[in-house]
Structure formats: structure tokens, C-alpha cells
Design a protein. Structure first.
Length: 140
DNA sequence: GCCAACGTTGGC
DNA sequence: GCCAACGTTGGC
């Protein structure tokens, strides 16, 4: 199983909205970036991801699970763009802020730190464990 | 609100 | 195929 990170501006699509979709999940649509799309194409059902709030919060606030593999993005007729569906699994007991991530040398190689603009990114197993620890949240 | 970094577009 | 111009993102 692979790990990922999904980034969203809470004013556009927030964790609370994601939770409200329940187990049915929701398309992670609107991505118009090839790198991000290519990562979504690699995702498999059951893969886990962090849900990150950019802008005001700048923190990882929850864990999501991929519940549909890449398919065409319903928000555009342009067939280049695809997206997966994700559903909320559980919130972080304590959100992990960007400041915390930057301060932890074990996370120095995270894409979030190296390329903050990429909206869908891979997370390593080690990074996953470290961040779940910081957030006092089950990693399973 | 500013600005740096990055990705995309389009003219040549 | 290169590169300048432009638009967008996101941290500060």
C-alpha cells in the first residue's frame, strides 16, 4: 500500500466537507497539473493519504483512503484530466502543522517541504509513521 | 497583500 | 524546440 498527500484550500474544499461525504467519498477533482495527475493514476483502492489544509491552517488535519481509482474528471470535458475518489478515515487528534514538519529533520525530504506547490504528492512509509506520531493518531 | 517559485502557453 | 510572457499557488 502506498501513501499520499492531498492538499486543499479549506475555503474551496475542507476536511469537514470531506467528512460529510462519508464512506461514499468524493472525487478529488479540479487537478490541472500533470505531475499530480500522474500520481493519481498510480493510486490503488485502499491507499491512504494525508489531507492537508493550505493557506490559513497549513496543517495536516486528517487521513483519507482512496475508494475509486483514476477516472475522468467530471468537472471538465478535457480528457487529459483524471482524478481518484477519496473518503475520510479519521481526523488527526492533533493537526500537524507545516512548522512542525519543517522543524523535524526526519521530514526534511518531504515533497511538501521541497515543492510546496504540488497538490498531490507521494509520502514515504517512514514519513507516514513520523507524522502520525506527531499527530498522536493511529497510522494503520 | 506581496512576491517567489513553478507550470503552462504560444510565438518564433 | 526554445524561451519569454503570463497565470496560479501558497508561504510569509
Amino acid at each position: 500500500m502506498a501513501y499520499w498527500l492531498f492538499k486543499s484550500e479549506p475555503s474551496t474544499w475542507s476536511w469537514d466537507q470531506q467528512v460529510a461525504k462519508g464512506n461514499a467519498g468524493e472525487e478529488w477533482d479540479g487537478v490541472r497539473n500533470y505531475q499530480a495527475r500522474n500520481f493519481m493514476r498510480q493510486m490503488q483502492i485502499g491507499d491512504r493519504g494525508f489531507f492537508y489544509h493550505s493557506q490559513k491552517d497549513k496543517a495536516i488535519v486528517g487521513i483519507v483512503e482512496v475508494c475509486a481509482e483514476a477516472h475522468s474528471d467530471s468537472t471538465t470535458d478535457d480528457e487529459r484530466w483524471e482524478c481518484v475518489d477519496i473518503k475520510a478515515v479519521r481526523p488527526f487528534a492533533t493537526p500537524v502543522t507545516l512548522d512542525q514538519i519543517k522543524a523535524d529533520e526526519r521530514l526534511a525530504e518531504m515533497v511538501l517541504v521541497k515543492n510546496s506547490r504540488l497538490s498531490v504528492q507521494p509520502v514515504s512509509d517512514a514519513e507516514w509513521q513520523v507524522i502520525c506520531g506527531l499527530g498522536q493518531t493511529e497510522a494503520d
